[in-house]
Write a protein that binds this ligand. Structure first.
Ligand SMILES: *Cc1c(COP(=O)(O)O)cnc(C)c1O
Length: 461
């Protein structure tokens, strides 16, 4: 395989992207309230705001779409999807949903209750939003290395700290902990993986206290790749053997198929518990659609059935993870501070180390998102004081998150390494001029605190 290090596909259809001037981008940014979510896609040159729903589909997926069976009940496409999911998850019951957050909603309705704790490594924002609306209390117990953007490289920064779990159980009583959700990979701290050993140990601890375990598995194939390449004992196992073992330690899994499903829409609620499945069916019928489509069209289920299999292909994953690492290396060459090692779906730049002059209360990572867009038309996203800041329920004071970063999410099979070079050069140049930048303030935000980043408006200070 010597020499064969380029992208493992050739391009059959192209989508033009627009170039623009800095003056245009400054105006667009101002019109968008300095919030990248409010920019139009056509105002963006390289779009790294998310890896969600942005994958390029393969010829096999596009041709599968033509086979979509759009029957309301019992369609062929559902059974194809079900078989593909069972193959990878090793669990019998599959309820499709229109997106991951609908699976989050169903899961929250089944497992959570007001006033009870939901343990996790770092909960995803859409689960947090669901928990917040219900009054359930999410707690983030990633290991210390995973909570610090400047910590030395560690192979599994997504792991859960078992001591913290045990202390909460001792302090609050196991009956007040409703669920433990392991997010693989852990998005909020860098797309960092969770080791098989940690999943096994967390599951054993939960079993002892009768706490159900859920895997939030949007990036299940990327997590499996890291287990195969970093965890002793797994180097000769296939990706699917690894995914099957991962899910053997949980009762239920939720998935946003917009990530490792390699499709543009869809979600899954998968379980081994028949009564949980029956509850999920009822919730799906009210909120999503009938059991055998749950908010997806037949053609979308066909594309997902194929995409899940492609995502578990080792050659694809090897290209995928190495492209992310490539961008990380280029940034390090320019001195840009990032979370190390790079994770599965993006490079995370440390906002505090990048702009030490901007306090967390003035959104250093959001400032960096604006600077990168202004300089190069590259759209990234803030994962810091805006997205994860909360309000202390007793004092009413703002609480700042441990992670303060800008995520450069890499779309699957979409951009080449030339695009990675553009991003690295632009950020390297901004880093050289970092002293010139000041912070920002929020001028308005929506009512659900944990989802305010999607709509907030900012001003430059
Ligand atoms: C994307 C994502 C979700 C939400 O899924 P949507 O498809 O965007 O609704 C939930 N959990 C994780 C880990 C995710 O990455």
């Amino acid at each position: 395989m010597k020499y064969m290090t380029a992208e493992p596909f050739r391009i059959k259809m192209v989508e033009p992207i627009t170039r623009s001037t800095k003056a245009q981008r400054q105006q667009w940014l101002q019109e968008a309230g300095y919030n990248a979510f409010r920019l139009k896609s056509e105002q963006v040159y390289i779009d790294c705001i998310t890896d969600s729903g942005t994958s390029a589909m393969s010829q096999a997926q596009w041709s599968a779409m033509m086979m979509g069976d759009e029957a309301y009940a019992g369609c062929r496409s559902f059974y194809r999807l079900e078989a593909s999911v069972q193959d990878i998850f090793g669990m019998p019951y599959v309820q499709p949903t229109h997106q991951g957050r609908a699976a989050d909603y169903i899961m929250t309705q089944i497992y959570c209750r007001p006033g009870a704790y939901a343990i996790g490594n770092m909960h995803f924002d859409t689960f947090r939003g669901n928990a917040e609306m219900m009054g359930c209390l999410p707690v983030d117990y990633a290991i210390a290395e995973g909570m610090d953007t400047a910590s030395a490289p560690h192979p599994f920064k997504g792991n859960i700290d078992l001591n913290k779990m045990q202390s909460l159980i001792d302090e609050k009583g196991a009956e007040n902990i409703c669920v433990c959700i392991i997010t693989i990979t852990c998005n909020n701290n860098g797309g960092q993986p969770v080791s098989m050993q940690n999943i096994r140990e967390v599951s054993a601890l939960c079993k002892k206290y009768n706490i159900p375990v859920v895997l939030d598995s949007a990036r299940l194939a990327e997590n499996a790749y890291f287990i195969k390449t970093r965890e002793p004992g797994y180097e000769n196992k296939s990706i699917k053997e690894i995914t099957n073992e991962m899910f053997s330690y949980c009762e239920t899994a939720t998935m946003s198929s917009k990530k490792d499903g390699l499709v543009n829409i869809g979600g899954l609620f998968v379980t081994r518990n028949k009564s949980v499945y029956e509850q999920a069916n009822q919730l799906a019928i009210v909120h999503e659609g009938f059991i055998t489509y749950g908010g997806m069209s037949g053609r979308d289920m066909e594309a997902l059935a194929v995409g899940l299999q492609e995502a578990c292909d080792f050659d694809y994953l090897d290209y995928r993870i190495k492209q992310v690492a490539y961008l990380g290396e280029k940034l390090k060459e320019r001195g840009v501070p990032i979370i190390e090692p790079t994770g599965g779906h993006g490079v995370y730049v440390d906002g505090r180390r990048f702009f030490p002059q901007i306090p967390q209360s003035e959104f250093p990572s959001q400032r960096l998102v604006c600077a990168l867009y202004e300089e190069a038309g590259v759209r990234a996203v803030e994962i810091g004081a805006c997205a994860f800041g909360s309000i202390d329920k007793i004092t009413g004071e703002p609480v700042y998150p441990a992670i303060e970063a800008m995520r450069i999410a890499i779309n699957r099979r979409v951009y080449t390494n030339n695009h990675m070079d553009v991003i690295a050069n632009a950020l390297g140049d901004i880093y050289e001029n970092r002293d010139q930048y000041r912070g920002m303030k929020i001028v308005h935000q929506g009512s659900i605190q944990s989802l305010r980043h999607f709509t907030a408006g900012f001003e430059l200070l």
